[in-house]
Design a protein around this ligand. Sequence first.
Ligand code: HEC
Ligand code: HEC
Ligand code: HEC
Ligand code: HEC
Ligand code: HEC
Length: 457
Amino acid sequence: MRGIISLVIAAIACTLLTGSMVAGAIESSDFDDPTVCKGCHAEIYNQWDGSMHSIAYTDPVYLAEEKIASADTDGLTDTYCARCHTPIGVLAGEVPPIGHENLSEVSKKGIQCDFCHSVNKSTGIGNGAFMVSPDGIKRGPYDDSKSPYHGSMFSDLHTKSEFCGMCHEVYHPVTGIPIEETYTEWKEGPYNTGDPETTTHCQDCHMTPGITHFEANPGKASSIGPDRDHVYTHYFVGGNAVVTGVIGSEVHQRMAEERLKSAATLELEIEKKDNEAGITVKVTNIGAGHKLPTGLTEAREAWIEILAKDAAGKKIFHTGGLDSEGEVDHDAVMYHAVLADASGKPTIKVWEAESLLSDNRILPKETRVEKYNFAIPEDVMGPITVEAKLNYRSASQKLLDSIFGKGVVVAPVIEMASAEGTIEVGKEPGEGVPGFEVLFALISLLVVAYLVRRRKK
Ligand code: HEC
Ligand code: HEC
Ligand code: HEC
Ligand code: HEC
Ligand code: HEC
């Protein structure tokens, strides 16, 4: 079986490779470095610089995974993986080998200006279905744009989710197992109404200040161009607050946190019956145009944490905490997709994926209800406070330790949404108030002291 799979991968890898050789007319020198575009599009350049797109082929997490995939498959995944992470590198035949050995400076810059704006055609959705024409004409959203440096052309493709869907949809080239399905999740969800007037495309949430909806961003697309009612931003922010932190891109890291905090709400309901507490948590995906989480969800972690403490701070119930190794407790409710290898075991090595074991991620606008119960101990000091959170991190600590070394990079846990409540326990209010007893005791003492002093006189 493994042999057959390897053969098929080989065939596909060859097709991809010859594909890039047919387009072999393409060289990386056909593309301008982003710093050239910066000359007249400084604002857009500064937004893009430090984005996950700008580091798609220097991202240490990607490079580590690419290396393992290549070693595991005798190099069969090399062009397959790199096609989306350094499209110019693959089109220009600089990959294979993987890594930076053969790579021109322009190819190192991942998904960049001149690549995206030279795309002239899409052959479909997923697995890098783009075609480019490095003819010096920049394709974009305007039909009246004039530049002294380059030709300009309106491109309908650039204004639609289908543009992003060329890469934000990853299928295993042999088994066909979906590894990332962001485009399909969006297409089948409520943000794609089918009506161009009301459809919310990827660009509306990821290329405007709105985060969860379109919000106009008036200004200039070029320092030497006219004023525009709207200019699309180029931060391309998602949920990655780990790698943006590693590369020191504070703006993108902060924006990723802000985006995650806009994506969901959490409601908490508490019931008490005798000595049993019942907790209901409702999590709603209010802001993501796709499942929550999306993308490389084999690695992403989104989970519920519940912590109940008595008035003295003693833990009564805890789920979704981190253990001493930084791993999320195994009983926690976690929203993710789990892939299995040939033997049916869960794997995050996506190239080994032969089946999808489970997928419990939250659909756009869906509300998920989770229930918990715990016993209230007899001697507890009330009231009990209950804190519920929806947490997110881009990767498990184990994965980061394996890439960076133990404890070198700690994944920040981002609190996407939270709620708090209390459970009254023990004696009726008033009766149990310690203040009264203390006061009573104090007054009695004073009275006794007074009497004693009087007797001594
Ligand atoms: C010498 C200045 C200059 C340089 C350098 C430059 N541009 Fe432009 N570009 C402009 C101007 C001016 C416009 C028109 C802006 C407008 O219409 O609002 C423009 C428009 C665009 C558009 C919009 C096209 C459309 O029809 O929607 C894109 C896309 C674009 N540039 C990409 C690039 C890229 C990519 C680079 C680098 C390879 C680059 N530009 C370099 C000046 C420049
Ligand atoms: C991932 C692909 C991608 C990358 C990388 C990218 N752009 Fe864009 N850009 C787009 C898309 C898509 C639009 C149009 C969005 C729409 O109309 O919905 C756009 C719009 C533009 C426009 C028109 C004005 C505006 O912002 O609406 C200019 C100019 C532009 N880009 C320049 C650049 C420059 C310069 C860089 C590099 C610093 C760059 N782009 C990097 C995809 C990209
Ligand atoms: C050429 C392929 C390609 C195209 C086209 C593309 N992307 Fe990406 N995008 C990627 C890759 C690869 C990454 C991940 C880079 C990494 O993590 O190392 C990425 C990352 C992102 C992220 C950051 C994810 C995170 O975890 O923070 C966002 C958001 C994003 N893309 C949005 C878009 C949108 C919106 C469009 C369409 C306008 C688009 N992309 C078009 C390949 C592409
Ligand atoms: C209604 C607004 C909206 C639309 C439409 C939308 N997104 Fe998102 N996207 C978000 C929000 C909010 C988040 C942060 C929560 C999360 O990670 O899911 C996000 C996260 C992401 C991430 C990071 C996932 C992760 O956790 O690593 C990627 C990649 C992404 N979006 C790509 C896309 C693409 C591609 C499209 C179009 C097919 C799209 N988005 C459409 C709002 C939107
Ligand atoms: C069809 C395009 C495509 C192909 C092919 C592809 N990727 Fe990606 N990759 C993406 C996109 C888009 C993202 C961003 C999704 C997200 O942020 O969750 C991504 C994200 C990643 C990340 C996450 C990086 C981080 O910083 O968290 C890793 C690791 C990765 N890819 C490895 C690989 C490997 C290894 C292969 C080959 C087996 C591969 N990719 C093939 C498009 C692709």
